[in-house]
Design a protein around this ligand. Structure first.
Ligand code: FES
Length: 102
């Protein structure tokens, strides 16, 4: 089980937990504002863009090549940008904080 904190653009903080799936699925299933998951999680829409809290970057790891290419076309990209559909929910990411980028 992993607990993930989302901070939306309007400053709301939501703590959610999951055992499986992707971080995007967790967010969409719980109506986290700003995470739409339009492509269903196949890394082709960037509507699941988040900024990982700097202290949590090691837990999520860096984006893969396909994800990097997709992020190049998105606004508001930082060095802590990830597409949340590409972050699987595992114990390894327990306790991370993500700021919704859109
Ligand atoms: S849901 Fe489309 S890129 Fe993540």
């Amino acid at each position: 089980m992993a607990k993930i904190t989302f901070i939306t653009q309007d400053g709301k903080q939501l703590e959610l937990t999951a055992d499986t799936g992707s971080v995007m699925e967790l967010a969409v299933n719980n109506s986290v504002s700003g995470i739409d998951g339009d492509c269903g999680g196949v890394c082709s829409c960037a509507t699941c863009h988040v900024h990982v809290a700097p202290q949590d970057w090691e837990k999520t790891g860096s984006p893969g090549d396909m994800e990097k290419d997709m992020l190049e076309f998105d606004d508001n990209v930082t060095k802590f940008s990830r597409l949340s559909c590409q972050i699987p929910v595992t114990e390894a990411i327990d306790g991370i904080t993500l700021k919704v980028a859109n």
